[in-house]
Design a protein around this ligand. Structure first.
Ligand code: URA
Length: 361
């Protein structure tokens, strides 16, 4: 059962948070929602007590109202700049522990920028915020609860037993062996002619998140490893920003052979589709994060989702629910990491979209 910690400043948002708590009770048991750290025993290290309370939760909701950023103490110093400030300690601990932290904006407050925050709270500015409007309060809290519950399915993913892991590894190896022998592939002659390797993918056979890119580049085809060229460096950086390593996720592509320096053709995409489907069936991720237009279109079409006619400029960063044979999943369309190589300004956008994946870590 998911545990939610509501972090707030009384002076700033007590009324809103009371209302938020009441609405959350429609979705979660009261003993799963923590609002105040009571009874800090005399003599106890309060930083340690607060950190412990945060560490016991899965999700921290940081309520941000109109005065959150500016409230001062008796000496007229900004409370947020005091490193003994409870609000700051709790949020900073949750960020450091890589918890799911959701800024919850109340009272028509805007999200503070990183420059307005003390160093240890700066990563908060990149967390996707939820606004609770006065009129649509109940609806907005329902949506927030949905988001928290989607996170729960992934949080609930336990470590697989060694037998499951062994079975998954063997099944992935079988996909690779079948691909090596797939001489009917439209890209097989090109592979052989250039002494390229097929590139199935790599990572955790039981990952919660599978990333699907476009096609292996030349570097990938000469090494047989996925995302090892410049796009791979961007991908590694994005993963690190949300506390992940390659070994935590699974990486693959829509095409499992290098097509040359060009886009995948529909015929090639159809040929590799059953291989990609097998990878998904084996790994059974909670999230399929598509990288770039081709992977997004492939997954939306494959799942027959209404979004299939949408452009990536509109769909990127959305959490799209879908059903697979093993249960409910989310498709999260992301721009391809290579887009950052052509347009460096795109990096912040990509990073913000990657932040959404924290829901499933
Ligand atoms: N681009 C991709 O889409 N996949 C790779 O593996 C490498 C670059």
């Amino acid at each position: 059962m998911i545990r939610i910690f509501i972090n707030y400043r009384r002076q700033d948002s007590e009324g809103y948070v009371g209302r938020l708590y009441d609405h959350l009770l429609r979705h979660f048991e009261a003993d799963r929602i923590f609002m105040d750290v009571d009874n800090i025993p005399p003599g106890a290290d309060f930083v340690q007590v607060l950190e412990e309370a945060v560490s016991n939760c899965d999700v921290l909701l940081a309520a941000i109202g109109p005065q959150w950023l500016t409230v001062t103490d008796n000496a007229n110093n900004r409370r947020l700049d005091n490193d003994h400030d409870f609000v700051r300690i709790e949020i900073a601990s949750a960020l450091r522990m890589n918890k799911l932290v959701i800024p919850v904006l109340v009272g028509a407050t805007r999200m503070p920028s990183a420059a307005e925050l003390p160093e240890d709270l700066r990563p908060l500015a990149r967390r996707h915020a939820v606004s609770l409007s006065h009129k649509g309060f109940a609806y907005d809290v329902d949506k927030l609860a949905e988001t928290i519950k989607s996170a729960k399915s992934a949080l609930g993913k336990t470590r697989p037993d060694s037998e499951t892991l062994r079975r998954k590894e063997a099944a992935l190896k079988q996909v690779r062996d079948d691909l090596v022998r797939a001489s009917e592939s439209p890209l097989y002659p090109f592979r052989i002619e250039n002494r390229y390797f097929p590139v199935v993918g790599e990572g955790n056979p039981d990952a919660s998140i599978i990333f699907i890119g476009e096609s292996p580049g030349k570097t990938e085809a000469t090494t047989g490893k996925v995302f090892v060229g410049p796009s791979g460096d961007v991908l590694d950086e994005m993963l690190a920003a949300i506390g992940l390593k390659r070994a935590d996720v699974y990486l693959t592509n829509v095409l499992l052979d290098h097509p040359g320096k060009r886009d995948p053709s529909p015929e090639e995409i159809s040929f590799y589709a059953p291989f990609v489907d097998r990878l998904i069936d084996i790994i059974q991720p909670a999230v399929i994060a598509t990288l770039g237009r081709f992977a997004m279109e492939y997954m939306f079409k494959r799942l027959n989702l209404p979004e299939q006619r949408g452009k990536i400029s509109v769909q990127h960063g959305k959490l799209v629910k879908a059903q697979l044979s093993y249960g409910e999943i989310h498709v999260v369309p992301l721009y391809h990491p290579a887009s950052v190589l052509y347009t460096p300004g795109q990096k912040d956008l990509l990073r913000q979209d990657f932040e959404k994946l924290r829901l499933f870590i």
